[in-house]
Design a protein around this ligand. Sequence first.
Ligand SMILES: [Zn+2]
Length: 201
Amino acid sequence: MQPMMSVISIPLIQKEILQPHQLHEQLSLFEAQMVESAIVSMLSESFCKNEQTLKYLARLLSPMSYLDIINARSGNKICGYPLCHERISENLSDGLLTYSIYCSKFHSKCSLYLIRQLPQIPLNERSGVHSTSYYNPSFNDVYNVDLLEELIRNRISTATVTSLTADFECLEVDDIHKDETTLLDEYSVQVTTEKNSCMKY
Ligand SMILES: [Zn+2]
């Protein structure tokens, strides 16, 4: 039996994960760990309702907790990208059963694009990010992440407009895109290596 996939939204994250931690502006180390493990656990069998939800979640994540999410999803055979609800398929090659962490190359790139931007500062040092009662507009600047989908959408709309006057503009957009994905692939290798060396101990 495959686990049921549920949808998570900003109000759900606030109610289920953040509500018990509203007493002070800064989380203790222990509370931060509780929040992180609750997020990992929640996202191991669910997916974000929309881009806004994932962008909100980013202020509570770090590259390490994001890797934990990918691993948890992978264990449940769900695409590692938290906006996706696709199951990952298994391949049998040379007698070995292998499966990719993502449903597609595109989601692999989306995921790597996101992890590069996640804040490195420990969650317990991010004052007020977990508060559900007040809205701090500066969080949108400090902890803002751009999703690859947004980037592509913006580029495409620019390209569509410009292509009305210049057809070659599209080619240029493709070229810029190629450079970025190369960088992301390199990062992918780096992350995997770090993770593997951690798991040896
Ligand atoms: Zn996917």
